[in-house]
Design a protein around this ligand. Structure first.
Ligand code: NAD
Length: 498
């Protein structure tokens, strides 16, 4: 059986720890490969490799680093079909959706091409007598990224493209559930001209993560995954003196005002709630119609659309969404649906018994839609990460605004309305990091930044965009005076500008 290895020092290295995990093909349920889970020593080998290669890369001028990113973008485009098929086969999402996964990562590689401009510092001439002052951004050294299963191309690309363009060496620890695409990305970076050792991929689990979190050579950690692990990584990394940013889970609300175009809102909910089987941190999992009339008008359109959703294997061109990533993910989501029924919510569409003919062992779950969900229910409070949408009816706008604002997660939130005042108030006051106005999944483009609030984000800088350059560099500020400007004698008071 195929075994996915690490990528260290510019080549694939077979795992040697003796520990392995299965990689499934979610569409059929079969095991298609295994992946070696790194020992602490294997991770240290990758760190040593990165630490050795990094100074030369940092000394390579930014324009040359940008050219590597430029060639990498070309290679991503040339290999798009292969990457998307590999990704879909391990993750389960449909092939067009997998292309979107690569594409939204590729856009951050495009952003990183601008690194010569992005890294320019600041300069003040004659800040004092004969004194010039300037600041520059220098790479941190060796940095690491720990990424989730649900975007095996996009999130690694969000992490390593800006980090590497800034002059760092990068250790990627991708999800052990779909680890093949990250290795292909590293191979393509090498083909694009990146020196060996600047991008290493270590496959693994908690052992690998803990080694990265505690090794003093790793200067910064970027994490994306579920909130409890995000908080653990944040606390442990910070306790070991590292710069850390961690992005966690979500429960994204979409408010539907009574004046909204209900057909548009229902279509938006279908795509944002069930696309990728709901396994997106920006999926809409709660719809909040405002007022009973809006709720009835929305549900009248939503229910038949949910019932008509087509679930199929990842390579079915007509599938709206595919299988979930593992059997455990299906069981977990089903348990939540059972719980919602026990808690008293009305299950309008029940996908629990969905079976796909010819794919009986695949990890499928039919679409589920709940109405009359209340904020005290577990299906409202927890992230289910499956094709399950909850409708919470709000009596007025004030209540609708409170729901996402008081939820423990604060990743995305959207409002559908024709009322500019309501939209403006929502944008200003909702407690979430990314907001959509008539846009259900407001994922910012590469040159803006991505990040949630509350338990959706730990740390103070976002991913990609200008924040990524701030995160992966440190500022050095220089005050310089040449001998002709130096006063005679010693100064004992703190220097002040005259
Ligand atoms: P996960 O937390 O299980 O795993 C994420 C990473 O952490 C993986 O690389 C995994 O190997 C590692 N990990 C798992 N358990 C660990 C432990 N005990 N100690 C150390 N490391 C550990 O998340 P997942 O299931 O792969 O991904 C889904 C989650 O990610 C969802 O909660 C989703 O909302 C979230 N997510 C968030 C964003 C965002 O930007 N906020 C984006 C995508 C996904």
């Amino acid at each position: 059986m195929r075994e996915v290895g690490h990528f260290i020092g510019g080549k694939i290295v077979a795992g040697s720890s003796g520990r392995k995990a299965d990689i499934f093909r979610p569409a059929t349920g079969e095991v298609q490969a295994t992946v070696g889970l790194a020992s602490a020593d294997e991770v240290r080998m990758a760190i040593a490799n990165a630490a050795e290669a990094q100074p030369k890369w940092a000394a390579t001028n930014p324009q040359r680093r940008a050219r590597v990113m430029m060639r990498f973008v070309d290679l991503l485009n040339q290999n798009m079909d292969e990457l998307a098929e590999l990704l879909a086969a391990e993750h389960g999402k449909t092939v067009p959706d997998a292309k979107g996964d690569v594409q939204r990562g590729l856009e951050v590689a495009e952003f990183a091409i601008g690194i010569p401009h992005l890294l320019k510092g600041e300069f003040t001439e004659s800040a004092g007598p004969g004194i010039d002052m300037y600041s520059m951004r220098q790479p941190l050294g060796v940095v690491a990224g720990i990424t989730p299963f649900n975007f095996p191309a996009m999130i690694p690309l969000w992490k390593f493209c800006p980090a590497i363009a800034c002059g760092n060496a990068f250790i990627l620890k991708p999800s052990e559930r779909d680890p093949s695409v990250p290795v292909r990305l590293a191979e393509l970076m090498l083909e694009a001209g990146l020196p060996a050792g600047i991008l290493n991929v270590v496959q693994g689990d908690k052992v690998a993560v803990d080694t990265l979190l505690t090794d003093p050579r790793v200067m910064a950690i970027g994490f994306v995954g579920s909130s409890d692990i995000a908080q653990y990584v944040y606390a442990t990394g910070a306790a070991h003196g590292k710069r850390v940013q961690c992005f966690g889970g979500a429960k994204n609300h979409m408010i539907v005002m009574p004046d909204a175009d209900m057909e548009q809102a229902a279509n938006a909910l279908i795509g944002a709630g069930y696309g990728s089987a709901g396994e997106r941190c920006m999926a809409v999992s709660v719809a909040v119609p405002v007022g009973e009339k809006a709720a009835e008008a929305l549900l009248e359109r939503l229910v038949p659309k949910v019932e008509a959703l087509r679930v199929g294997p990842s390579d079915d061109p007509d599938a709206d969404y595919g299988p979930l990533v593992t059997r455990a993910a299906v069981d977990r989501a089903r348990r939540y649906v059972d719980l919602g029924v026990e808690e008293g919510a009305s299950l309008l569409v029940d996908g629990r018994d969905f079976r796909l003919q010819g794919y009986e062992d695949g990890f499928y779950l039919g679409p589920c839609l709940f109405d009359h969900v209340k904020p005290n229910m577990a299906i409202y409070k927890d992230e289910i990460f499956g094709p399950v949408l909850s409708v919470v009816r709000a009596k007025d706008y004030a209540e609708a605004l409170r729901l996402p604002s008081e939820h423990e997660y604060g990743n995305g939130a959207a409002i559908f309305t024709r009322d500019g005042d309501a939209a403006r108030d929502f944008v200003a006051n909702v407690e979430a990091g990314m907001v959509g106005v008539n846009v259900p999944i407001p994922v910012p483009l590469a040159y803006h930044t991505f990040g949630g609030w509350k338990r959706s984000g730990f740390g103070d800088l976002n991913q990609h965009g200008p924040d990524s350059v701030r995160f992966y560099t440190r500022t050095k500020t220089v005050t310089s005076r040449w001998p002709s400007g130096v006063k005679e004698g010693a100064e004992f008071s703190i220097p002040v500008m005259e």
